[in-house]
Design a protein around this ligand. Sequence first.
Ligand code: GLN
Length: 544
Amino acid sequence: MIRYIFITGGVVSSLGKGIASAAMGALLQARGYKVRLRKLDPYLNVDPGTMSPRQHGEVFVTDDGAETDLDLGHYERFTGVSARQSDNITTGRIYQSIIEKERRGDFLGATIQVIPHVTDAIKEFILTDPGEGVDFVLCEIGGTVGDIEGLPFFEAIRQLGQELGPERACFIHLTLLPYIPAAGEMKTKPTQHSVKELRSIGIQPQILLCRCDRPIPETEKGKIASFCNVRPSSVIEARDVGHIYDVPAAYHAEGLDTEVLWHFRMDDAPKPDLSRWNEIAQTIHNPDGEVCIGLVGKYTDVPDAYKSVSEALVHGGLANKVRVKVRMIDSEQFDDEHHPLDILEGVHGVLLPGGFGERGAHGKMRAARFARERGIPCFGICYGMQLSVVEAARHLAGMKGASTTEFGPTDVPVVGLIEEWTKGNQKITRDENTDKGGTMRLGAYPAILRKGSKVAEIYGSTEISERHRHRYEVNRNYIQQIEAAGVVFSGMSPDGLLPEIIELKDHPWFIGVQFHPELKSRPFEPHPLFASFIEAAKVQSRLV
Ligand code: GLN
């Protein structure tokens, strides 16, 4: 029997609903249950693929090529369960499919309405087969209760609550208990109002997860329980913690999973084994040292834009028992007026993340050049790899006009638009006029690594599969010329046509990858490239 847990949010946004859902999944997993997490996003975009990182943070890509909400990254990192296309839906996608059906005449003349057509489509999405043996499906509803666009989603989960019954559906509401210094009190009124709002649309939450910055007095817990119609023990204190990986153990200590299981009358549930979470917390809070990584990007003022990269760096630190301090560096700082040394002082490794467009790209190339020439560990990801190749072509191989067609037409397109590639046994074709949304090389693709290369050693294998999200590729016609200058193309697509990895021959650690390894890194399984990069940064930190 599959049970469903719905997680909604109230009072304000940014309370960490994604992490709370992920932590809840991790706790059930720690008790031996199989979970799947899903995110329902009420906005009108078909997916976040075309949204600016400024608006939405990073786009998380799944193995099956879906461009999804970054919360799916939290889900994967906390539970280790790979997300799928069928784990994230938006209002846009629902309307798109309903309108397609309507145009085909599939509704046989019926009037199409939010209720039941949109709500039915949402319910169908939630009930999609979660896979073999799954015990719990956790569904997070984006936004906060009261948002106009969220209404069909709340109505759909209300109906499901009714249809599934309390033995198969549980509602958790995440709220905020602000502390008002002038009054010297923690305030419960916003939570009361938020639950009132939820109840006015027919949903009675069973558990309240209350974000706060200090302990909740028992009297206040009692007040919330009474006004919001929940058991006092179901008012769970979700106090700020030092690190996101402390969250599962903290929520367990406050009884979150116990309350959920009580709700489902699963009193004989096994006790959770939180040892791996405790080990991680131990390493995070008692590292043997610290390294500083300079992340040179375009959206450095929006930390969510590089969420998975920052997390993967933390994981690389866990593998090496060091704390990783990430210094966000705006790539536009690398201009004629600043010497790279002044910007990168104290940095033990340079990370060049993915990106799009010409703005900020020249700065990334300057940073790459400095790291290459000074022997500083440097890790280029996707655009970071492409720009490292252009930089090496220009300054190492002497190909002055080398460029990427992403900057505009060029005579030496070392990086160019891919018009054709193969996925499985299918040929995929694109041109400049193809839609922007969902049309990149997306999702997991295999690569073959050169025997004896540094990456083969790091992966401990010559066959890998990694997730992609890009339109351009390094042009294989220039490989020979660039290799002659000391750049090794150590990973290629299985058909030998698309360069996947480069590494520098005479450099302590300079690797560029066309894919996004950060998307597969997890605290319990740090990605080998990130573990190795941090190891190199550790060596560098002893040199400086
Ligand atoms: N802009 C580059 C491309 O589309 C790189 C994309 C990325 O870094 N994700 O190919």
